[in-house]
Design a protein around this ligand. Structure first.
Ligand code: 3H9
Length: 708
């Protein structure tokens, strides 16, 4: 059933199958052991699929073999289909056919699972008749995170074992389920000793033979799906209950539809439905974007002049200067990773407040069941609060998170330079300031870098690692490697005003303000960005953060809308009013007062307001960001376009299904972005001047990411 327009592997087997070393078959005591070895994660590429198929056929034909064990070498069971094959011409036996081949084996097949059985990996295990796993193993169907659904029978087999509701949850969230939990759900038949998987699986298989148990096909299990038949509301209710989580994504609805098919249709028809849905998704832009993001997340660690074997420095203790919102949030990342923190404040009151906020955050997590109660104390025991700056003489890494002001930061670094131990990394959490200048006041600029966290720092995944000019390779490599250890995506950026994220944000903010002067209302701007997929627009965001940040009545010029709002005591959500009016539940409604203010403001500035379409709003907000991104690349302030996209996805809530601003630019066509920038440069001003890189890319017919 292969046809040329099918973008995924549905063709016949055309991969040379020899004992390639990828798969191996041994018979021990009448049990065939099929071992797969395809480092690093045993992805199910064509050679693996064909190899397993061949070994299974051999085992089936061998009269001396009574049962089969399928096991993987290296660090994990199959981590899934080989994502790099998607969109390429089909090769080898399709995964779905392989799973069926295993299920149809005349002898019982036992999957022996360690590491992670994910996606196609779990589907392989579901094709097996029995499953044995070590307790540390995790299983799941994370396809949804790649914008697709399980396409090798997972949506049809999983509900037959764990039931419809559990299957819906697993397939639409992509969660990794620990083996002991999977056993409770019936997904795993037996837990094996951590170090004895092979033997345990072998023994399990021998027992099956001794007890005369044959193949047990998941497809034949019917009680769980029958129980759900005639209750279509289960699916609608599930979609509704998760509407927020699914907003904008195409894959979750398809996942639900596929599971519904498992309930309503015979197995074969359900499989056909799953395949249709899979093919549609895998060819779409969202899945392309999400697969791109998967690899982009892993690319950030690759720094051209810092090979993987670059020496790093130990980070076994951390000092943090400032126990405010930022300092406290930063501290939590290290405590979560088991790294002790010393946090320094100037006043006892501020220190007490900071520590109690950290405790409250942990207690709230515990109350929601996200943290074990005993872990609250465990983490709090790792933090020491002090007013004594001298305490910063011992940590391996010190992060400064004080007020954003160059003189204050310089002063802190001068003092730190005198106290910190030799070789300690000294980092600033500045969001805008020149880290080279900060480094210059110390006697050891080679040890100084920026580590820019994003608020709330214990939640947002982004860390901009700012490479100061004189920072040593060891120091930079250490910071980059530290990021994943504390749960962050660390993106290496160069020194420039606002680095990557805030520098691009400034473009968007300028245009947002201008659009409101020209004819849009703040809620129009916010709505367009929300519908695009961002969590909120700039005006709602300002209301949330507080409009009076950096504002004072004494110095207010009353020129901008923001200043005018502050003067009226409309300072954002906390005062019940800002750009929007807020009710007691902080629900926002457009304010007639603000509407009038906006009209007056335009008049004062001599601007004749006009109707602005949503499409124009979107382009005006986003294309200048893209253009700035291109300048950032041109100046070498980011290593690659995908790094910029990682900044926006992990620090600013850019919707992952749009792949980040640079990927998005590729999808809309760089020539379209360029044409608009040229038009606005003529009509509005030089701030729209297209970057040379953008121009060159258009001339050469190239894209930024090569992935769209
Ligand atoms: C699927 O199965 C579809 C089917 O339902 C339907 C088919 C018809 N393919 O993450 P790491 C690479 S969709 C290709 O750093 P860790 C990765 O890029 C798939 N490559 O290790 C990296 O390369 P590099 C469903 C893959 O220990 C290297 O392996 N499965 C794949 O931190 C090491 O990876 C998933 O979505 C792959 N499937 O984490 C699971 N997986 O060294 C995806 C990894 O060049 N994988 N690579 O940068 C993961 O979640 C993690 O890799 C895993 C290990 C948890 C397994």
């Amino acid at each position: 059933h292969a046809s040329p327009e099918q973008p995924f592997n549905l063709g016949g087997s055309d991969v040379a199958d020899t004992q390639s070393g990828v798969t191996d078959l041994k018979v021990e005591d009448g049990i065939a052991i099929v071992t797969v070895n395809n480092p690093p994660v045993n992805a199910l590429g064509a050679a693996v699929r064909d190899g397993v198929a061949a070994r299974m056929r051999e085992a089936a034909a061998d009269p001396a073999t009574e049962a089969v064990v399928l096991i993987c070498a290296g660090r994990t069971f199959f981590a899934g289909a080989d994502i790099t094959e998607f969109g390429k011409p089909p090769k080898g036996i399709p995964l779905g056919e392989l799973v069926t081949l295993i299920e149809d084996m005349p002898k019982p097949v036992v999957a022996a699972i360690h590491g992670t059985a994910l996606g196609g990996g779990l589907e392989m295990a579901l094709g097996c008749h029995y499953r044995v796993a070590v307790p540390s193993a995790r299983v799941g169907l994370p396809e949804v995170k790649l914008g697709i659904l399980p396409g090798a029978g997972g949506t049809q087999r999983l509900p037959r074992i764990v039931g419809v509701e559990r299957a819906l949850e697993m397939i639409t969230s992509g969660e990794h389920v620990p083996a002991p939990k999977a056993k409770e759900a019936g997904l795993i038949d037996e837990l094996a000793p951590e170090e004895g998987l092979r033997q345990a699986a072998l023994d399990f298989a021998k027992r099956l033979v001794a007890e005369g148990k044959g193949p047990r096909k998941v497809r034949d299990l019917s009680d769980k799906v029958e129980a759900a038949r005639g209750k279509p509301e289960v699916f609608a209710d599930f979609a509704k209950a998760n509407a927020r989580r699914f907003r904008g994504f195409e894959a979750p609805a398809a996942c639900i539809e596929a599971v519904k098919a498992a309930v309503e249709l015979p197995f074969e028809q359900g499989i056909a439905k799953e395949r249709d849905l899979f093919l549609k998704l895998v060819a779409g832009t969202q899945s392309k974007a999400q697969r791109y993001v998967f690899f982009a997340e892993r690319e950030v660690r690759k720094i051209p002049d810092l090979p993987d074997d670059t020496p790093t420095l130990p980070v076994n203790s951390v000092g943090i200067i400032g126990a405010g919102t930022m300092g406290g949030g930063i501290a939590m990342n290290f405590l979560n990773a088991g790294i002790p923190v010393t946090i320094v404040e100037m006043k006892q009151e501020a220190l007490d407040r900071g520590l109690s906020v950290i405790r409250k955050n942990y207690e709230a997590s515990a109350a929601k069941g996200r943290l074990k109660p005993e872990d609250v104390e465990k983490r709090m025991s790792l933090i020491t609060g002090t007013l004594d700056f001298e305490a910063l003489s011992t940590p391996d890494l010190v992060i400064e998170a004080v007020y954003e002001n160059m003189d204050i930061k310089k002063d802190v670094f001068r003092r730190l330079d005198k106290i910190a131990k030799p070789g300690a990394i000294l980092a600033s959490n500045t969001s805008y300031l020149n880290v080279d200048e900060i480094a210059s006041v110390t006697s050891r600029p080679e040890s100084v870098i920026g580590m820019h966290f994003f608020s709330p720092a214990n939640v947002m995944k982004l860390l901009e690692v700012v490479r100061a000019e004189k920072a040593s390779k060891e120091v930079v490599a250490t910071a980059v490697k530290l990021a994943p250890k504390i749960g962050k995506i660390g993106v290496l950026v160069g020194v420039c005003y606002g680095f990557v994220g805030n520098r691009m944000l400034a473009e968007r903010q300028r245009e947002a303000n201008r659009l409101v002067e020209e004819g849009a209302m703040p809620w129009d701007v916010d709505r367009v960005l929300y519908e695009f997929g961002l969590p909120m627009g700039p005006f709602a965001m300002s209301d949330l953060a507080g409009l009076d940040i950096g504002w004072s009545r004494e110095t207010s010029k009353g020129e901008t809308l923001r200043e005018k709002l502050c003067e009226m005591d409309r300072r954002g959500q906390k005062t019940g009013a800002g750009f929007y009016d807020y009710d007691a539940n902080r629900k926002a409604t457009p304010s007639p007062i603000v509407e009038q203010m906006v009209l007056d403001h335009s008049k004062q500035k001599g601007i004749t307001r006009r109707q602005i379409s949503d499409a124009e709003i979107l382009e005006r907000l986003i294309y200048p960001m893209i253009n700035e991104g291109a300048k950032i690349l041109e100046e070498g302030k980011a290593i690659r376009a995908s790094d910029i996209d990682m900044v926006w996805i992990n620090g600013y809530g850019w919707p992952v299904y749009r792949g980040g601003p640079m990927f998005y630019a590729d999808t809309v066509g760089l020539e379209n972005v360029l044409a608009r920038m040229e038009q606005w440069e003529r009509e509005i001003g030089p701030e729209f001047r297209p970057s040379d890189l953008l121009r060159r890319k258009v001339e050469a017919g190239e894209t930024f990411t090569g992935a769209a």
